[in-house]
Design a protein around this ligand. Structure first.
Ligand code: AQP
Length: 332
């Protein structure tokens, strides 16, 4: 059975982008057809200015939301990255096969470092090395497939390069993974700035639909989405980014084709209303289940504890093998 691994970073409240680009498929497809691991990658949340209490709260919230979105601990392994030491152990070895040039070429690094500098802050070294830790997350488990949104494609490509390089230099140790993206909504855009990705740590609140937004808030945000000049409804991201984004969100929610949907609308208003209705309907069960799970924190703790135990058992043999292969003396 193929192995699937993916993760989510507790840097903010989870968004519609996270849901449509990744989480929904994890629960509807991946956990059923694969030996699947899903991880709250909390170490990655420390790569930018962070508040320790907030990271802890968001980690718990992310795990709870993943369960609310349908991840079933009987079908998959759900855990928190920092509970499994093998990720950090392997990351250092992979730093010894990665180059600083590769790291500096990463688009997310360039964007986040520029934003940090623009705020007058300094850039953490971990922001530069974060893709190596992500590679360790993936490679520790012999992962075949990494289901992610579009924005993570470059990092998975780097992971493949590191796996191939390590295998060539030190003997076959890692499976070389491939990435998978959803067909629609692989990159949900910000409703107020439709040429930028909807990112959970952005500051543009009205442009971001959070999974835990009240239905009325969701409606308001979508009805106020920036649309394009012109009034015909066309699916063309380059010329009509705002309308195309709404079409893709609606298509993802209703399992339709965005190009075909475009033909069904004469006005932006009708498109916005249907998109708002579809998103509210899609997120309703997730919000309700999240509320129920919040009343049972011991259950969430238990899932994460058992998940970490299983993940550790899966990762350790491969990470130990990598330590031996690279030339480190085994502990007696
Ligand atoms: N806007 C998006 N559209 C489609 N997929 C998205 N993902 C994120 N944003 C969108 C996918 O969600 C998964 C988890 O993402 P992550 O938490 O690891 O971090 P990210 O990719 O950096 O997402 P954010 O929300 O933009 O976080 P910040 O603002 O902290 O950088 C991934 O599969 C991702 O592709």
């Amino acid at each position: 059975m193929k192995r699937v691994f993916s993760g989510i970073k507790p840097t903010g409240h989870l968004t519609l982008g996270n849901y449509l680009g990744a989480m929904r498929r994890w629960s509807e497809v991946d956990q059923h057809g694969a030996d699947a691991l899903f991880c709250v990658v909390d170490l990655h949340a420390l790569t930018v200015d962070h508040d320790p209490g907030r990271v802890r709260r968001l980690s718990r919230q992310a795990a709870t939301l993943l369960l609310a979105a349908g991840l079933d601990p009987k079908l998959c392994t759900l855990f928190v990255q920092s509970h499994v030491d093998e990720h950090a152990r392997l990351s250092y070895l992979l730093e010894c096969v990665a180059t600083d040039g590769e790291m500096r070429r990463m688009i997310q690094y360039k964007e986040k470092a520029a934003a940090e500098r623009a705020r007058g802050g300094s850039v953490r070294l971990s922001l530069l090395t974060y893709p190596v830790l992500m590679a360790a997350d993936i490679l520790a488990y012999g992962t075949d497939e990494v289901p992610v949104g579009d924005d993570q494609a470059q990092h998975v490509e780097l992971t493949r390069d590191l796996a191939v390089r390590f295998n060539q230099r030190y003997g076959h140790t890692f499976v070389v993974p491939r990435t998978t993206h959803p067909q629609v909504a692989a990159r949900v855009m910000n409703l107020q700035e439709p040429t930028s990705k909807m990112g959970k740590s952005d500051d543009t609140g009205p442009g971001i639909v959070y999974l835990l937004d009240e239905p009325e808030v969701v409606r308001k945000k979508i009805m106020r989405a920036v649309t394009d000049s012109g009034s015909d409804v066309v699916h063309d991201r380059r010329v009509r980014p705002g309308v195309s984004n709404l079409l893709e969100i609606l298509a993802a929610c209703t399992d339709a084709d965005p190009g075909e949907l475009a033909g069904a609308y004469a006005t932006y208003g009708a498109l916005k209303k249907d998109t708002a209705d579809a998103v509210v309907e899609l997120l309703g069960p997730v919000r309700r289940r999240h509320q129920e799970l919040c009343a049972d924190p011991a259950y969430v703790d238990q899932v994460l504890r058992e998940g970490a135990g299983k993940a550790r058992e899966m990762a350790r043999p491969r990470v130990d093998a990598a330590y031996r292969a690279i030339g480190l003396l085994p502990a007696g």
